[in-house]
Design a protein around this ligand. Structure first.
Ligand SMILES: [Zn+2]
Length: 480
């Protein structure tokens, strides 16, 4: 451990972004890579990603999708075929011009996303209505050149999954788009304990080349919005560009309707910023590499029995399916270990010393606070699953009430500016892009989404007074 770990973190309300960087680095989630904007994901951070990935992958497969893998390099000509798409991604592309010791005839683009390479393959694989729907997903890295990098949130190379599907018609493709949004919401809320607003992006915020983009938006503890996953209905845009066609049952040649959807390792940044406090991370048990850490304290009379008792307890917890770790590093003091596991967000800590043993108990601390508790050694294992569930539930509820308290309904421009300084607001909006631009320029807020479950409402735009466009209030916030 670096020496700086012994110093307190910068408090959140003093400088949230300094706090964030310190937590990510000192909890050993990630480190900076040698190329600006790149990131090394360290084992503790990568384990969180693996746990999230397993939860998401299970849901992707349960809804009929299969995993595949497509190449990293894309002929630049492929990307040119869908005009809006290439325009949207052009500023972020990394291009390979030389390979094998010479200049290439056609430059190769490192995938910023895979619609084009997958679209080209779909065109070859689909010929009849019997080939539909085609439901694929890939786990991959992508590269989008990042000028303002932030660990996990914006990095030049990042890890994600991208689903790509082809369907016979709009109804089926739109249902697919919403299925993906549904399991993303489940992973965000039930696994990461991050409450999300679900909705559609306005035209100005849509994915390049999509007909409709749906999103999940979460509020971080500084009141800013994090986009936690997106799902796009692409219409027949990519099908026309890549000639993805099928012959219908009636023998008519039709274009496929396609979708794409993605969730990335930026979710880990979301977990840090939704739950963390001035002591560091707080991890939801379902994503915690160690759900329980046992700290044996072997000093004093009877201390020689502690290691065996700790090992026995750990074995019992592991057998019950709990991810448990015994911190038996002899060179470090218990106080140092407590601080470190707090910093790293472990939900439950069990301290076990000679006095605990003599009383047939352990001392339990929760990362969500409250008093330390003496728990009977014999009942620790059987009660742990329920404790972890309660922790998961409480963490979600805490985040939900935080977001609810900081989401205001506003009807005037001045209120809107005030509300987005600390959180989100719901406002009627005219839907005009010049109005969106003006709001952005004056408040730095953007429309995060048109909530899918928003109650019907219409009236004048809160900002300019023109009639509202979406039939419900739009969620505004400042975003990451
Ligand atoms: Zn307006």
């Amino acid at each position: 451990m670096a020496k700086s770990d012994e110093h307190a973190l910068t408090p959140q309300n003093e400088d949230f972004s300094a706090w964030y960087n310190e937590v990510v680095l000192r909890a050993e989630l990630a480190d900076r890579g040698p190329v600006r904007g790149t990131m090394i994901i360290r084992p503790y951070g990568y384990r969180i990603w693996e746990l999230l990935q397993a939860e998401l992958d299970a849901r992707i497969k349960a809804t009929g999708h299969q995993n595949a893998y497509f190449p990293l390099l894309i002929p630049s000509g492929h990307l040119q075929r869908e005009a809006e798409h290439v325009e949207g991604f052009a500023p972020e592309l990394a291009v390979v011009t030389h390979a094998g010791g010479k200049e290439l005839d056609e430059p190769l683009v490192i995938r910023p996303t895979s619609e084009t390479v997958i679209g080209e393959a779909f065109a070859r694989w689909i010929s009849s209505y019997r080939d539909l729907p085609l439901l694929l997903n890939q786990w991959a890295n992508v590269v989008r050149w990042e000028l303002r990098p932030r660990l996990f949130l914006r990095t030049t190379e990042f890890l994600w999954q991208e689903g790509h599907t082809a369907h016979a018609d709009e109804t089926e493709a739109m249902a697919e788009t919403m299925t993906a949004l549904g399991f993303y919401a489940e992973v965000a809320e039930d696994v990461a304990a991050i409450p999300v607003a679900r909705g559609e992006k306005t035209a100005g915020e849509r994915f390049a080349g999509a007909r409709n983009t749906f999103t999940l938006e979460a509020m971080m503890r500084d009141g800013r919005a994090l986009q936690a996953g997106t799902s796009h209905y692409l219409g027949t845009n990519f099908a026309r560009a890549f000639d993805i066609t099928y012959t219908s049952a009636e023998g008519v040649l039709e274009f496929c309707h396609t979708t794409s959807w993605g969730m990335s390792a930026r979710m880990i940044g979301g977990v840090v910023m939704t739950h963390g406090d001035d002591k560091g991370l707080i991890l939801p048990p379902r994503l915690a590499p160690h759900q329980v850490v046992i700290v044996p304290i072997s000093r004093g009379d009877g201390g020689e029995q502690v290691p065996e008792a700790a090992a026995g307890l750990a074995a019992g917890l592991a057998a019950a399916g709990v991810r448990v770790h015994v911190d038996d590093r002899p060179q470090l003091s218990p106080g140092y270990k407590y601080n470190q596991w707090e910093l790293r967000g472990v939900p439950i800590r069990l301290d076990i010393g000679p006095r605990d043993l003599a009383a047939g108990a352990v001392t339990l601390s929760s990362r969500l606070g409250g008093d330390k508790e003496q728990v009977e050694l014999a009942s620790v294992v059987e009660g742990m699953a329920e404790r972890l569930d309660t922790f998961q539930h409480d963490l979600f509820e805490r985040a939900r009430s935080f977001a609810a308290e900081r989401t205001r309904r506003v009807d005037h421009a001045a209120e809107l500016a005030e509300a987005v300084a600390t959180g989100f607001c719901l406002a009627l909006h005219c839907g005009r892009s010049e109005c969106e631009e003006k709001i952005k320029a004056e408040t730095t807020a953007t429309p995060r989404c048109i909530p899918t479950d928003g109650p019907p409402e219409s009236g004048p735009c809160a900002f300019c007074g023109e009639p509202s466009a979406y039939g419900t209030r739009v969620l505004f916030g400042r975003s990451y």
